[in-house]
Ligand binder design. Sequence first.
Ligand code: F6R
Length: 257
Amino acid sequence: MRIAILPTPEDIAVVAADRIQSLLERKPSAVLGLATGSTPLPLYDELTKRYEAGEISFANTQSFNLDEYVGLPEDHPEGYANFIHRFLVDRVDFPKGAAHGPNVWTGDNDQAAANYDKAIRDAGGIDLQILGIGADGHIGFNEPGGSFASRTHVDVLTEQTRRDNARFFDGDITKVPTHCITQGLGTIMESGEALLIATGAGKAEAVRQLVEGAISARWPATILQMHPNAIVLLDEPAAQGLELADFYREVWVKHQA
Ligand code: F6R
């Protein structure tokens, strides 16, 4: 795992966008895995800015969202398919139908999850997966206790995650769905590169576990320690619990040299 500790979320967005831009220059047909939530929004703004400046194109790219809530109407603005269209897909030049998400509206969510996993495989797998992290250590919506080998599946959200996400639902936890379909940890681990972004002090404990804790289903993101190409981009508040922060800074600078 390589760790960058950067001054601001905007600095993180530049580093993450550089990696995506250089991937798309090497491989215009690359498959991107997209996270929703607040953390990647500066990155999606940066990608939009570069698209508008003619520096990046998604015209041959496909994307796969990490997850989707179960139980929201298809047109709900906080549904993740709608969210990703609003904050990235509709602002750049993805071809129509190239942005995918779990289809939670078929009436058979187990089958929809299996179909989604197969669609990722059929697309050739995810080249670069953008990840956020939950305060309880989830990636995607793989909550504590889940299998490290899991494929895309129906899952249950913890109360902490529902409380954290109530801000998108008028601050009312009762409006936050209890279930989701999420890419599994096994699915996420097959991505060519995993780019995890964490900002703010609220993520400090999850980041400490992710980077320096023991690999454990209690903190699902710790499985990324086993990913051969994982990069963790942090701001100072998110990095505040790291014992070896100075060493990570040194390694990051030497890697850039
Ligand atoms: C979103 C997702 C989640 C979020 C995580 C952090 O698609 O899979 O793992 O990345 O809950 O959310 P924010 O960024 O809103 O703090």
